[in-house]
Design a protein around this ligand. Sequence first.
Ligand SMILES: [Zn+2]
Length: 316
Amino acid sequence: MALHTLDPDWRIRAAAFQAVERMVARHGPTLRWEDIAKGFELDGQGLHLASKAVGIFRPKEMVGAALSIRTSMPRGNRQARYQDEPLKDGAFAYKLQDNAADNHHNRLLRQAREMSAPLIYFFAVEPAVYQPIWPIFIRDIDSERMECMLSVDDSVLAMQERGVPMVADSKAIEIRRQYVTAQAKRRLHQARFRLEVLRAYEEQCAVCLLPRPELLEAAHIIPDREESGEAVVPNGLSLCRLHHGVFDTDLMGIRPDGVIELSRKLLDTQDGPTLEHAIKPFQGQQLHLPKRREDQPGRKFLEERYERFRSFLKVG
Ligand SMILES: [Zn+2]
């Protein structure tokens, strides 16, 4: 059973996924509504990816299941959205539309579930800023609680599951889906962290002041795989991709007073214009820090990381 025999819209769906992939490659992990609203093209025709009016969306060119869903932003303070934690039992929970589980839009989700059609989930991380998550599948629809459970998948697995249904081991798929969904949740936290850190640094690299957000990343001072590596702004630095790499590999250290220190090994190397012009000149310079005190790097994070940089120097 091939994909297109199940989903009459498979060409549009595949084109939409590709379009989102290109947008993420171009703009970074989070997309502004104005970019999503531009939609995508297929056979010279413009199609929409999502709708501003409704959360559950199917473009008029499609006949089957929904193409995308979108969260609306909870009103109120920023804290509210952290309490609105979308993940439970290894899945995202998504509220159905209005009060009727069987209304037109909710039926588009039911259809997606019956056909195992993959959707795009535009998850709001801030007003008018979304992280797209795809492909995402409707796992369950709970009409009583008016919500559905979504799990993320990777496309290869999704194709396998639909292409060879008898061979697929459903338990293995479930475990895999839980893992991929947890990874998606992690990326969601990263996306929020990145937005907050970049904003604190006015969308510039703390080392070189490069002002291109698409080339900026939020570095963790203490890596997030470690217990003290929290995803909070004082544990973050806005760095361009180059300086993030130099920092992460401990070729560059930051003293607790914010002065940049390059490893001796690096300073002694003579190797082309990048090193000479984009790395070495920052030796002994002061890091550019956020104006707001509460956004500045935490002393304990800097001390712990600098300690590591020093011990790395001794070994390296
Ligand atoms: Zn930089």
